[in-house]
Design a protein around this ligand. Sequence first.
Ligand code: SER
Length: 318
Amino acid sequence: MATQQKVMVLGAAGQVGTDLVHALVQRGYDVIATDIRPADQVDLPAPYEVVDATSADNLRAAVERHGVQTVYHLVAMLSATAERFPHRGWTLNMQSLFHVLELAREKRLRVFWPSSIAAFGPTTPKDAVPQHTITEPTTVYGISKVAGELWTQYYHLKYGVDVRSVRFPGLIGWRAMPGGGTTDYAVDIFYHALREGSYTCFLGEDVVLPMMYMPDAVRGVIELMEAPAERLTVRTSYNIAGFSFAPRDIAEAIRRRIPDFTIRYAPDHRDAIARTWPHTIDDTAARTDWGWAPAYDLDTMVTDMLARIQQKAVSSLP
Ligand code: SER
């Protein structure tokens, strides 16, 4: 395996980045973690540097200084926030991707960049969404993901850049909080259940969405990046599935462990976004090409989340 490689994580202080840095370090990679947050606000098991991924010069200098071979590009404004700031969302998501792709072309870097179920939209089939399907998203975030998928494929076909991608479902993890996403409720609910015994959900009770537990997500990313290039048939972005549930399902799973837990529903603008996304995903291509398989289901995820969050000081958390 390609360990001892110098890898740079952009967006390392974010929800996915935090777990990915832990997983890469554990796997023996030489990691340089970067984000725009000041170093004193970041707690990661790897050297950390402030890098603004929207600055090509900043990015280039950091890549050169550290002799980076692979970049994990996790910088993004998520779906709900990008609806409030459409142009800023588009600029952040696309500009940073272009900078990384250009640098990868020039320096033969390998790249991971995540797409999302947000690449799908109201005209996509709701169930068992095929790898190749209609992608007509109605959010800025989704548009940036579809465009990004096509650009990554373009850089691969035209310039031979080894850029790989998965369409993440909603991601649930305990190490770092998500921010500005439509699927964030599935993380928030645990903190409120443990602290207050109740939660007000910003999605309606029946909105089924594809979800995944973070340990599966970061393992999937690393497995994809370690897969032999000749096995890969998708250079836009691979569908990957974990499990699907609605707010009432996760509430029920929590209630089985915290019997007094109560939930009420106050759907807001994020409910409308969620209803444009599919329920379930067909990830056959990822399974066939690089052996993708999730380990967690709803119940094992809920058990682990509750235990992990309880191990942290619940009262000091958001
Ligand atoms: N979890 C993301 C969001 O809600 C989707 O990729 O924006």
